[in-house]
Design a protein around this ligand. Structure first.
Ligand code: CMC
Length: 391
Protein backbone atom coordinates (compact mmCIF):
# COMPACT_ATOMS: atom_id res chain seq x y z
CA UNK A 1 0.00 0.00 0.00
CA UNK A 2 2.93 2.40 0.37
CA UNK A 3 3.49 2.27 -3.39
CA UNK A 4 1.67 5.58 -3.65
CA UNK A 5 2.45 8.95 -2.13
CA UNK A 6 -0.20 9.87 0.41
CA UNK A 7 -1.04 13.53 -0.11
CA UNK A 8 -4.47 14.45 1.31
CA UNK A 9 -5.63 17.78 -0.07
CA UNK A 10 -2.91 17.56 -2.75
CA UNK A 11 -0.63 19.97 -0.91
CA UNK A 12 2.49 18.71 -2.67
CA UNK A 13 1.25 17.11 -5.88
CA UNK A 14 1.52 18.94 -9.21
CA UNK A 15 -1.30 17.51 -11.33
CA UNK A 16 -0.25 19.24 -14.55
CA UNK A 17 2.10 21.64 -16.28
CA UNK A 18 0.57 25.04 -16.89
CA UNK A 19 1.68 28.28 -18.47
CA UNK A 20 -1.27 30.39 -17.34
CA UNK A 21 -0.83 31.52 -13.77
CA UNK A 22 2.14 31.78 -11.42
CA UNK A 23 1.74 32.13 -7.66
CA UNK A 24 4.50 32.65 -5.11
CA UNK A 25 2.55 32.15 -1.90
CA UNK A 26 5.35 33.21 0.43
CA UNK A 27 5.93 36.50 -1.31
CA UNK A 28 2.28 37.14 -2.18
CA UNK A 29 2.86 37.27 -5.94
CA UNK A 30 0.26 36.42 -8.59
CA UNK A 31 1.07 36.63 -12.32
CA UNK A 32 -1.09 35.78 -15.34
CA UNK A 33 1.13 34.81 -18.27
CA UNK A 34 3.84 36.82 -16.50
CA UNK A 35 1.82 39.99 -15.86
CA UNK A 36 1.33 41.03 -12.20
CA UNK A 37 -2.29 40.96 -11.06
CA UNK A 38 -2.20 44.52 -9.71
CA UNK A 39 -1.11 45.89 -13.09
CA UNK A 40 -3.82 43.93 -14.89
CA UNK A 41 -6.45 45.08 -12.37
CA UNK A 42 -5.37 48.73 -12.61
CA UNK A 43 -4.76 48.99 -16.33
CA UNK A 44 -6.49 46.33 -18.37
CA UNK A 45 -10.06 45.15 -18.88
CA UNK A 46 -11.64 41.80 -18.11
CA UNK A 47 -11.91 41.07 -21.84
CA UNK A 48 -8.17 41.71 -22.26
CA UNK A 49 -7.41 39.34 -19.39
CA UNK A 50 -9.75 36.74 -20.88
CA UNK A 51 -7.89 37.00 -24.18
CA UNK A 52 -4.54 36.84 -22.40
CA UNK A 53 -5.46 33.69 -20.50
CA UNK A 54 -7.06 31.96 -23.47
CA UNK A 55 -4.55 32.92 -26.17
CA UNK A 56 -1.32 33.49 -24.24
CA UNK A 57 -0.60 37.13 -25.14
CA UNK A 58 -2.29 40.47 -24.57
CA UNK A 59 -4.32 41.46 -27.64
CA UNK A 60 -3.50 44.48 -29.80
CA UNK A 61 -6.35 46.90 -30.50
CA UNK A 62 -7.75 45.02 -33.50
CA UNK A 63 -7.42 41.64 -31.81
CA UNK A 64 -9.25 42.96 -28.77
CA UNK A 65 -12.06 44.44 -30.86
CA UNK A 66 -12.44 41.20 -32.79
CA UNK A 67 -12.46 39.19 -29.57
CA UNK A 68 -15.10 41.44 -28.02
CA UNK A 69 -17.23 41.15 -31.15
CA UNK A 70 -16.91 37.36 -31.06
CA UNK A 71 -17.91 37.18 -27.40
CA UNK A 72 -20.76 39.60 -28.03
CA UNK A 73 -22.11 37.36 -30.77
CA UNK A 74 -22.73 34.59 -28.24
CA UNK A 75 -24.43 36.52 -25.42
CA UNK A 76 -27.96 35.24 -26.12
CA UNK A 77 -29.15 31.97 -24.65
CA UNK A 78 -31.67 29.66 -26.28
CA UNK A 79 -35.21 30.77 -25.42
CA UNK A 80 -35.87 27.31 -24.03
CA UNK A 81 -33.39 28.10 -21.24
CA UNK A 82 -35.84 30.57 -19.73
CA UNK A 83 -38.39 27.77 -19.41
CA UNK A 84 -35.73 25.75 -17.66
CA UNK A 85 -35.32 28.50 -15.02
CA UNK A 86 -39.02 28.42 -14.27
CA UNK A 87 -38.66 24.87 -12.97
CA UNK A 88 -36.71 26.15 -9.96
CA UNK A 89 -38.27 27.36 -6.76
CA UNK A 90 -38.18 31.16 -6.48
CA UNK A 91 -36.08 30.88 -3.32
CA UNK A 92 -33.54 28.52 -4.90
CA UNK A 93 -29.94 29.54 -4.20
CA UNK A 94 -28.62 31.08 -7.44
CA UNK A 95 -25.57 28.78 -7.29
CA UNK A 96 -27.95 25.80 -7.34
CA UNK A 97 -29.59 27.32 -10.41
CA UNK A 98 -26.21 27.93 -12.06
CA UNK A 99 -25.14 24.29 -11.53
CA UNK A 100 -28.33 23.26 -13.30
CA UNK A 101 -28.50 25.70 -16.19
CA UNK A 102 -24.82 25.59 -17.14
CA UNK A 103 -24.97 21.80 -17.06
CA UNK A 104 -28.10 22.03 -19.21
CA UNK A 105 -26.20 24.01 -21.87
CA UNK A 106 -24.53 20.71 -22.73
CA UNK A 107 -27.85 19.64 -24.21
CA UNK A 108 -28.07 22.76 -26.38
CA UNK A 109 -24.65 22.70 -28.03
CA UNK A 110 -23.78 19.43 -29.60
CA UNK A 111 -22.04 21.25 -32.44
CA UNK A 112 -19.13 22.70 -30.47
CA UNK A 113 -18.12 19.69 -28.52
CA UNK A 114 -15.62 17.82 -30.65
CA UNK A 115 -13.02 18.55 -28.03
CA UNK A 116 -10.15 17.38 -30.19
CA UNK A 117 -10.78 20.19 -32.67
CA UNK A 118 -9.15 23.41 -31.36
CA UNK A 119 -11.63 25.57 -33.32
CA UNK A 120 -14.59 23.87 -31.71
CA UNK A 121 -12.98 24.13 -28.31
CA UNK A 122 -12.60 27.88 -28.86
CA UNK A 123 -16.29 28.19 -29.87
CA UNK A 124 -17.37 26.35 -26.72
CA UNK A 125 -15.06 28.61 -24.67
CA UNK A 126 -16.45 31.79 -26.26
CA UNK A 127 -19.99 30.57 -25.69
CA UNK A 128 -19.34 29.92 -22.02
CA UNK A 129 -17.64 33.28 -21.41
CA UNK A 130 -20.40 35.10 -23.31
CA UNK A 131 -23.37 33.33 -21.76
CA UNK A 132 -22.33 33.36 -18.11
CA UNK A 133 -23.37 37.02 -17.57
CA UNK A 134 -26.73 36.34 -19.24
CA UNK A 135 -27.32 33.23 -17.12
CA UNK A 136 -26.13 34.89 -13.90
CA UNK A 137 -28.41 37.90 -14.47
CA UNK A 138 -31.32 35.56 -15.22
CA UNK A 139 -30.72 33.71 -11.93
CA UNK A 140 -30.95 37.05 -10.13
CA UNK A 141 -34.03 38.19 -12.03
CA UNK A 142 -35.76 34.92 -11.32
CA UNK A 143 -35.20 35.29 -7.59
CA UNK A 144 -36.64 38.83 -7.57
CA UNK A 145 -39.63 38.04 -9.78
CA UNK A 146 -38.58 40.64 -12.34
CA UNK A 147 -38.61 39.85 -16.08
CA UNK A 148 -35.47 38.53 -17.73
CA UNK A 149 -33.56 41.22 -19.63
CA UNK A 150 -32.04 40.35 -23.00
CA UNK A 151 -28.37 41.20 -23.60
CA UNK A 152 -27.44 44.36 -25.47
CA UNK A 153 -24.41 44.00 -27.65
CA UNK A 154 -23.54 47.69 -27.93
CA UNK A 155 -22.54 47.64 -24.27
CA UNK A 156 -19.31 46.42 -22.69
CA UNK A 157 -19.19 42.89 -21.30
CA UNK A 158 -19.51 44.21 -17.77
CA UNK A 159 -21.94 47.02 -18.61
CA UNK A 160 -24.21 44.56 -20.35
CA UNK A 161 -24.15 42.29 -17.30
CA UNK A 162 -25.05 45.14 -14.95
CA UNK A 163 -27.91 46.18 -17.19
CA UNK A 164 -29.29 42.64 -17.48
CA UNK A 165 -29.11 42.38 -13.68
CA UNK A 166 -30.43 45.71 -12.49
CA UNK A 167 -32.60 47.22 -15.23
CA UNK A 168 -36.38 46.91 -15.44
CA UNK A 169 -38.44 47.61 -18.56
CA UNK A 170 -40.29 50.45 -16.84
CA UNK A 171 -37.22 52.68 -16.55
CA UNK A 172 -34.20 53.76 -18.51
CA UNK A 173 -31.10 52.19 -16.98
CA UNK A 174 -27.93 54.26 -16.86
CA UNK A 175 -24.70 52.38 -16.21
CA UNK A 176 -22.64 54.11 -13.52
CA UNK A 177 -19.01 54.12 -14.76
CA UNK A 178 -17.72 53.84 -11.18
CA UNK A 179 -19.70 50.64 -10.71
CA UNK A 180 -18.81 49.31 -14.16
CA UNK A 181 -15.10 49.86 -13.43
CA UNK A 182 -15.26 48.22 -10.02
CA UNK A 183 -17.20 45.25 -11.35
CA UNK A 184 -14.71 44.77 -14.19
CA UNK A 185 -11.85 44.87 -11.68
CA UNK A 186 -13.55 42.27 -9.51
CA UNK A 187 -13.92 40.04 -12.57
CA UNK A 188 -10.20 40.45 -13.36
CA UNK A 189 -9.24 39.58 -9.79
CA UNK A 190 -11.23 36.34 -10.02
CA UNK A 191 -10.33 35.27 -13.55
CA UNK A 192 -7.86 32.50 -12.72
CA UNK A 193 -5.89 31.12 -9.81
CA UNK A 194 -4.01 28.06 -11.07
CA UNK A 195 -4.97 24.63 -9.72
CA UNK A 196 -7.53 25.57 -7.03
CA UNK A 197 -10.28 23.07 -6.17
CA UNK A 198 -12.80 24.13 -8.82
CA UNK A 199 -10.20 24.41 -11.59
CA UNK A 200 -8.83 21.00 -10.69
CA UNK A 201 -12.43 19.74 -10.79
CA UNK A 202 -12.91 21.15 -14.30
CA UNK A 203 -9.65 19.55 -15.41
CA UNK A 204 -10.51 16.20 -13.84
CA UNK A 205 -14.00 16.20 -15.35
CA UNK A 206 -12.54 17.26 -18.71
CA UNK A 207 -9.81 14.63 -18.60
CA UNK A 208 -12.36 11.94 -19.41
CA UNK A 209 -13.35 13.79 -22.57
CA UNK A 210 -16.63 15.05 -21.09
CA UNK A 211 -18.74 17.81 -22.64
CA UNK A 212 -17.20 21.22 -21.80
CA UNK A 213 -20.47 22.74 -20.55
CA UNK A 214 -20.89 19.80 -18.17
CA UNK A 215 -17.26 20.24 -17.01
CA UNK A 216 -17.86 23.90 -16.15
CA UNK A 217 -21.03 22.91 -14.25
CA UNK A 218 -18.80 20.59 -12.17
CA UNK A 219 -16.48 23.53 -11.48
CA UNK A 220 -19.43 25.66 -10.37
CA UNK A 221 -20.54 22.93 -7.95
CA UNK A 222 -17.07 22.82 -6.41
CA UNK A 223 -16.76 26.59 -6.21
CA UNK A 224 -19.97 26.84 -4.22
CA UNK A 225 -18.45 25.51 -0.97
CA UNK A 226 -17.69 27.99 1.85
CA UNK A 227 -14.01 26.92 1.96
CA UNK A 228 -13.72 28.06 -1.69
CA UNK A 229 -15.84 30.57 -3.64
CA UNK A 230 -18.68 30.47 -1.13
CA UNK A 231 -16.37 32.32 1.26
CA UNK A 232 -17.25 35.73 -0.24
CA UNK A 233 -20.89 35.27 0.76
CA UNK A 234 -19.89 33.83 4.15
CA UNK A 235 -17.39 36.65 4.77
CA UNK A 236 -19.90 39.46 4.31
CA UNK A 237 -22.51 37.60 6.36
CA UNK A 238 -19.88 37.27 9.10
CA UNK A 239 -18.92 40.97 8.95
CA UNK A 240 -22.57 41.98 9.15
CA UNK A 241 -23.11 39.62 12.07
CA UNK A 242 -20.16 41.15 13.91
CA UNK A 243 -21.75 44.51 13.14
CA UNK A 244 -19.68 46.78 15.34
CA UNK A 245 -15.97 47.10 16.04
CA UNK A 246 -16.39 46.36 19.77
CA UNK A 247 -17.60 42.83 19.00
CA UNK A 248 -14.49 41.88 16.99
CA UNK A 249 -12.49 40.41 19.93
CA UNK A 250 -15.29 37.93 20.60
CA UNK A 251 -15.03 36.61 17.03
CA UNK A 252 -11.23 36.58 17.06
CA UNK A 253 -11.41 34.48 20.23
CA UNK A 254 -13.84 32.09 18.57
CA UNK A 255 -11.60 31.73 15.49
CA UNK A 256 -8.66 30.83 17.77
CA UNK A 257 -10.65 28.35 19.86
CA UNK A 258 -9.99 24.83 18.53
CA UNK A 259 -13.24 23.54 20.09
CA UNK A 260 -15.22 26.01 18.02
CA UNK A 261 -15.52 25.18 14.30
CA UNK A 262 -15.84 28.91 13.51
CA UNK A 263 -13.21 30.37 11.16
CA UNK A 264 -12.67 33.92 10.05
CA UNK A 265 -14.16 33.83 6.59
CA UNK A 266 -12.09 35.56 3.93
CA UNK A 267 -8.97 34.74 5.93
CA UNK A 268 -6.27 32.16 5.25
CA UNK A 269 -5.22 30.44 2.08
CA UNK A 270 -3.70 27.15 1.05
CA UNK A 271 -1.02 28.81 -1.05
CA UNK A 272 -0.64 32.38 0.23
CA UNK A 273 1.33 32.60 3.45
CA UNK A 274 1.45 36.35 2.97
CA UNK A 275 -1.06 39.04 2.01
CA UNK A 276 -3.16 37.85 -0.97
CA UNK A 277 -2.24 40.39 -3.69
CA UNK A 278 -5.86 40.33 -4.85
CA UNK A 279 -6.99 41.43 -1.37
CA UNK A 280 -4.71 44.48 -1.62
CA UNK A 281 -6.43 45.63 -4.81
CA UNK A 282 -9.82 44.67 -3.42
CA UNK A 283 -9.39 46.77 -0.27
CA UNK A 284 -8.35 49.79 -2.31
CA UNK A 285 -11.29 49.29 -4.68
CA UNK A 286 -13.69 49.01 -1.73
CA UNK A 287 -12.46 52.36 -0.40
CA UNK A 288 -12.67 54.00 -3.84
CA UNK A 289 -16.13 52.71 -4.66
CA UNK A 290 -17.68 53.68 -1.35
CA UNK A 291 -16.08 57.12 -1.56
CA UNK A 292 -17.17 57.73 -5.11
CA UNK A 293 -20.70 56.52 -4.45
CA UNK A 294 -20.80 58.61 -1.28
CA UNK A 295 -21.67 55.56 0.78
CA UNK A 296 -20.53 54.87 4.28
CA UNK A 297 -21.01 51.20 5.08
CA UNK A 298 -19.97 50.43 8.67
CA UNK A 299 -19.11 46.93 7.47
CA UNK A 300 -15.95 48.33 5.80
CA UNK A 301 -14.77 49.72 9.14
CA UNK A 302 -15.45 46.37 10.78
CA UNK A 303 -13.48 44.62 8.03
CA UNK A 304 -10.48 46.93 8.33
CA UNK A 305 -10.39 46.74 12.11
CA UNK A 306 -10.79 42.95 12.04
CA UNK A 307 -7.89 42.74 9.61
CA UNK A 308 -5.79 45.02 11.83
CA UNK A 309 -6.48 43.04 14.99
CA UNK A 310 -5.94 39.66 13.31
CA UNK A 311 -2.67 40.69 11.68
CA UNK A 312 -1.31 41.68 15.09
CA UNK A 313 -2.48 38.55 16.88
CA UNK A 314 0.12 35.79 17.53
CA UNK A 315 -2.31 33.06 16.36
CA UNK A 316 -2.74 34.60 12.91
CA UNK A 317 0.91 35.64 12.69
CA UNK A 318 2.16 32.16 13.54
CA UNK A 319 -0.24 30.42 11.15
CA UNK A 320 0.42 33.05 8.47
CA UNK A 321 -3.26 33.83 8.00
CA UNK A 322 -3.94 36.94 5.92
CA UNK A 323 -7.03 38.35 4.24
CA UNK A 324 -7.77 36.63 0.93
CA UNK A 325 -9.65 37.76 -2.20
CA UNK A 326 -13.00 37.13 -0.54
CA UNK A 327 -12.48 39.38 2.46
CA UNK A 328 -13.23 42.78 0.88
CA UNK A 329 -15.10 41.80 -2.29
CA UNK A 330 -18.43 41.52 -0.46
CA UNK A 331 -18.26 45.12 0.72
CA UNK A 332 -18.05 46.30 -2.91
CA UNK A 333 -20.65 43.88 -4.24
CA UNK A 334 -23.04 44.89 -1.53
CA UNK A 335 -22.48 48.60 -2.34
CA UNK A 336 -23.25 47.84 -6.00
CA UNK A 337 -26.54 46.30 -4.89
CA UNK A 338 -26.01 42.54 -5.09
CA UNK A 339 -27.57 40.34 -2.40
CA UNK A 340 -25.03 38.02 -0.73
CA UNK A 341 -26.48 34.94 -2.49
CA UNK A 342 -25.23 36.36 -5.79
CA UNK A 343 -21.60 36.81 -4.68
CA UNK A 344 -20.39 33.33 -5.55
CA UNK A 345 -22.25 33.48 -8.87
CA UNK A 346 -20.13 36.52 -9.78
CA UNK A 347 -17.02 34.56 -8.83
CA UNK A 348 -18.19 31.72 -11.10
CA UNK A 349 -18.86 34.14 -13.96
CA UNK A 350 -15.30 35.48 -13.81
CA UNK A 351 -13.60 32.16 -13.08
CA UNK A 352 -15.23 30.66 -16.18
CA UNK A 353 -12.44 32.39 -18.11
CA UNK A 354 -9.78 30.53 -16.12
CA UNK A 355 -11.72 27.27 -16.29
CA UNK A 356 -12.04 27.28 -20.08
CA UNK A 357 -8.43 28.44 -20.55
CA UNK A 358 -7.18 25.65 -18.28
CA UNK A 359 -9.44 23.12 -19.98
CA UNK A 360 -8.09 24.13 -23.40
CA UNK A 361 -4.52 23.94 -22.14
CA UNK A 362 -5.15 20.48 -20.74
CA UNK A 363 -6.79 19.04 -23.85
CA UNK A 364 -4.00 20.34 -26.10
CA UNK A 365 -1.27 18.99 -23.79
CA UNK A 366 0.28 15.85 -25.34
CA UNK A 367 0.90 14.52 -21.80
CA UNK A 368 -2.84 14.66 -21.06
CA UNK A 369 -4.33 11.43 -19.70
CA UNK A 370 -7.47 10.75 -17.71
CA UNK A 371 -7.03 12.00 -14.14
CA UNK A 372 -7.11 8.99 -11.88
CA UNK A 373 -5.70 9.40 -8.35
CA UNK A 374 -4.79 6.30 -6.37
CA UNK A 375 -5.47 5.62 -2.67
CA UNK A 376 -4.11 3.96 0.42
CA UNK A 377 -6.64 1.23 1.19
CA UNK A 378 -7.65 1.09 4.87
CA UNK A 379 -10.64 -1.32 4.72
CA UNK A 380 -10.89 -4.98 5.76
CA UNK A 381 -8.71 -7.63 4.15
CA UNK A 382 -10.42 -10.28 2.03
CA UNK A 383 -13.17 -12.28 3.82
CA UNK A 384 -15.99 -14.62 2.85
CA UNK A 385 -19.60 -13.64 2.39
CA UNK A 386 -21.93 -14.68 5.23
CA UNK A 387 -25.63 -15.08 4.42
CA UNK A 388 -27.99 -12.62 6.08
CA UNK A 389 -29.56 -15.11 8.53
CA UNK A 390 -26.10 -16.03 9.86
CA UNK A 391 -24.98 -12.42 10.65
N1 CMC B 1 -9.70 31.26 10.78
C1 CMC B 1 -9.11 30.65 11.83
N2 CMC B 1 -8.18 29.69 11.72
C2 CMC B 1 -7.82 29.32 10.49
C3 CMC B 1 -8.38 29.90 9.33
C4 CMC B 1 -9.36 30.90 9.52
N3 CMC B 1 -9.93 31.49 8.47
N4 CMC B 1 -7.85 29.33 8.23
C5 CMC B 1 -6.97 28.43 8.67
N5 CMC B 1 -6.94 28.41 10.04
C6 CMC B 1 -6.07 27.58 10.88
C7 CMC B 1 -6.58 26.16 10.92
O1 CMC B 1 -7.44 25.95 12.01
C8 CMC B 1 -5.31 25.38 11.04
O2 CMC B 1 -4.88 25.41 12.39
P1 CMC B 1 -4.11 24.15 13.02
O3 CMC B 1 -2.85 24.01 12.23
O4 CMC B 1 -3.87 24.58 14.44
O5 CMC B 1 -5.03 22.99 12.89
C9 CMC B 1 -4.31 26.17 10.21
O6 CMC B 1 -4.79 27.51 10.25
C10 CMC B 1 -4.17 25.70 8.77
O7 CMC B 1 -5.47 25.60 8.21
P2 CMC B 1 -5.92 24.46 7.19
O8 CMC B 1 -7.40 24.33 7.23
O9 CMC B 1 -5.12 23.22 7.43
O10 CMC B 1 -5.42 25.11 5.83
P3 CMC B 1 -5.90 24.73 4.38
O11 CMC B 1 -4.81 25.13 3.47
O12 CMC B 1 -6.39 23.33 4.32
O13 CMC B 1 -7.20 25.67 4.16
C11 CMC B 1 -8.58 27.53 3.68
C12 CMC B 1 -7.19 26.86 3.51
C13 CMC B 1 -8.67 28.73 2.75
C14 CMC B 1 -9.68 26.53 3.30
C15 CMC B 1 -8.74 27.99 5.14
O14 CMC B 1 -7.78 28.98 5.46
C16 CMC B 1 -10.14 28.50 5.45
O15 CMC B 1 -11.03 27.70 5.76
N6 CMC B 1 -10.40 29.86 5.36
C17 CMC B 1 -11.71 30.41 5.51
C18 CMC B 1 -12.49 30.24 4.22
C19 CMC B 1 -12.02 31.15 3.10
O16 CMC B 1 -11.82 32.34 3.29
N7 CMC B 1 -11.87 30.59 1.90
C20 CMC B 1 -11.50 31.34 0.71
C21 CMC B 1 -10.17 30.93 0.15
S1 CMC B 1 -9.55 32.16 -0.98
C22 CMC B 1 -10.12 31.88 -2.58
C23 CMC B 1 -11.40 31.20 -2.72
O17 CMC B 1 -12.42 31.87 -2.60
O18 CMC B 1 -11.37 30.01 -3.04
Amino acid sequence: TDMFTYDPGFTSTASCESGLTYIDGDKGILLHRGYPIDQLAEKSSFMEVAYLLLRGELPNKTELENFETTITRHTMVHEQISTFYRGFRRDAHPMAIMCGVVGALSSFYHDSTDINDPKQRMIASHRLIAKMPTLAAMAYKYSTGQPFVYPRNDLSYTGNFLRMTFSVPAEEYVIDPVIEDAMDKIFILHADHEQNASTSTVRLAGSSGANPFACIAAGIACLWGPAHGGANEAALNMLREIGTVDRIPEYIARAKNKDDPFRLMGFGHRVYKNYDPRATVMQKTANDVLNKLGLNDPVLDVAKELEHIALNDPYFIEKKLYPNVDFYSGVILSAIGFPTEMFTVLFALARTVGWVAQWNEMISDPAQRIGRPRQLYTGPTQRDYVSVDKR
